[in-house]
Design a protein around this ligand. Structure first.
Ligand SMILES: Cc1cc2nc3c(=O)[nH]c(=O)nc-3n(C[C@H](O)[C@H](O)[C@H](O)COP(=O)(O)OP(=O)(O)OC[C@H]3O[C@@H](n4cnc5c(N)ncnc54)[C@H](O)[C@@H]3O)c2cc1C
Length: 459
């Protein structure tokens, strides 16, 4: 077989479907590797959204926390998040149970974490700021500066070539209007909130999209003063013993807070209202605060498994639509996968085999296995924090600081679970510590018998 047709060369054209982080990061690395290889390529990024719009129409719907690892990696790549995008610099997390709360801090004393919060689109529906504060738009402008062309059109379809040496035909446009573009490589960075996943799943080369659940989020406007005084620079994570919720948090921005709920199953607006109405959540809101009649709200999907076979000759799929870290730092995963897949495309070519060996196998090694440790850690976390007594016990233990060594270990484990700073495996290894278990879990068998009967009663 002559594989030279499946190598990128001078004049090669890349079409990227999706201008979220996955798409922009791929364009960034493609530009860099093309330059290093001394070849001239062209890149077109398609997105159906314009990130200049406010509200869900111009937003890729997430809590907007940029992890410290990603922040540092972006800096290394010369991508300095502009001040106008940064809504708040985060210094800590606060764990709030039904009765107690405790501050968590970076495990290295004195280290100020480089975590920032952003809006993915141009802010909430009702916001009235000037200019465009969108993080996704900022990334698109960065790659535009590197020479990528941004096309604000929906990709309706693409046709895989019958023969290896032929290009992929990308079909875009609104209504009856249709444009065709011949690409030597198509990058699927379309995320999980699109029908494109199913369409590609039906193409017959083996792609199976990740399973997803629907999450629920909203932006609540609060005075800057209240946010400063009550939230400060802390993300609040709630453990309220609500069995339908896997994760609940409030992330402070400048004059908004983003409420973020991830469930075991699909969530709805009702889950959000119930959460906002919870007395413990209300404690964080101004006195006499009432849930506004209208606020910026969205239901967006999150992947809970990874895709099968996200590649073919001249096609690679990355970001949420492919493989990412479970429940954590999705944008950072998109960055890492974009780097790996772009590197493969330029160094080894754009054949299915190249993507399998250079991108997907290593990605699975990096993330899929680690996600198994993640699932175990999340189960342990769920078990402890869904029980009022156990959750309070943990929080009181940290606050008491009676046993400094164990307290800092719990702080470190929780910090890393919440920020995604280190791999799940590393966290798991730290958590399997007899001293820690004996200090923090009740050794009285009666407790466990009662706990078991509580669980059975609640089923
Ligand atoms: C509730 C929630 C909270 C989250 N919080 C965080 C967080 O705080 N930090 C973090 O790092 N991650 C977070 N994530 C994860 C993060 O949002 C994703 O991992 C990340 O957005 C994935 O990037 P992506 O580029 O793969 O997909 P997306 O960001 O979804 O981008 C896909 C793009 O493709 C476009 N598109 C789709 N189909 C087409 C088409 N046919 N034609 C043209 N364009 C198309 C879409 O318009 C979109 O712009 C969160 C996710 C959820 C659901």
């Amino acid at each position: 077989m002559n594989n030279s047709n499946l190598l990128l060369k001078n004049g090669s054209k890349i079409a990227i479907i999706g201008g979220g982080p996955g798409g922009s990061f791929f364009a960034h690395f493609a530009s860099r590797y093309a330059k290093e290889a001394g070849i001239d390529i062209s890149i077109k990024i398609y997105d159906r959204k314009s990130f200049c719009q406010r509200g869900p129409r111009g937003c890729n719907m997430c809590a907007g926390v940029i992890s410290e690892n990603l922040f540092n990696n972006l800096e290394k790549e010369g991508i300095h998040i502009a001040d106008f995008c940064v809504q708040r610099k985060i210094e800590g997390y606060c764990l709030q149970t039904q009765d107690e709360s405790v501050s968590l801090h970076h495990p290295v004393p004195g280290h100020t974490p480089k975590i920032v919060t952003v809006f993915r689109g141009n802010g909430p529906l009702q916001s009235s700021h000037e200019g465009n504060v969108s993080f996704d738009d900022y990334l698109l402008n960065h790659v535009k500066g590197q020479g990528a062309e941004i096309v604000f059109e929906v990709v309706k379809d693409f046709k895989m070539p019958a023969r290896k040496e032929e290009p992929v035909i990308v079909i875009s446009g609104e209504g009856d209007f249709k444009t065709e573009f011949e690409a030597d490589l198509v990058v699927g960075a379309f995320g999980v909130n699109t029908g494109m996943m199913e369409r590609v799943g039906n193409m017959g080369f083996g792609y199976k999209p990740p399973k997803t659940v629907r999450t629920c989020q909203c932006e609540i406007m609060l005075s800057q003063e209240h946010i400063e005084q009550t939230f400060g620079n802390n993300v609040i994570v709630f453990a309220l013993g609500k069995s339908e919720l896997k994760f609940a948090s409030i992330t402070p921005k400048a004059n908004y807070v983003t409420v973020n709920l991830v469930g075991r199953k699909d969530l709805t607006r009702n889950n959000l209202i119930n959460f906002l109405d919870h007395p413990t959540v209300r404690q964080w809101m101004p006195e006499k605060w009432r849930i506004p009649n209208s606020f910026c709200m969205c239901i967006s999907k999150i992947p809970i498994t990874y895709a099968k076979h996200p590649f073919a000759d001249r096609l690679v799929i990355l970001g949420d639509a492919s493989i990412s870290r479970s429940y954590k730092s999705g944008i950072e995963s998109a960055f890492n996968m974009a780097k790996m897949s772009a590197y493969t495309a330029f160094k080894n070519g754009v054949s299915a085999k190249s993507f399998m060996n250079g991108y997907f196998k290593p990605a699975k090694r990096l993330l899929a296995r680690d996600n198994l440790y993640g699932l175990m850690m999340l189960k342990i976390n769920d078990y402890i924090f869904s029980n009022r007594k156990l959750a309070n016990r943990q929080v009181r233990f940290i606050k008491s600081n009676d046993d400094q060594k164990t307290t800092s270990l719990i702080n470190e484990i929780l910090w890393n679970m919440l920020t995604g700073n280190v791999s799940y495996k590393e966290i798991f290894v730290k958590a399997i510590n007899l001293r820690l278990i004996s200090k923090t879990l009740p050794l009285n068998p009666l407790f466990w018998i009662r706990r078991k009967s509580d669980v059975i009663k609640n089923v």
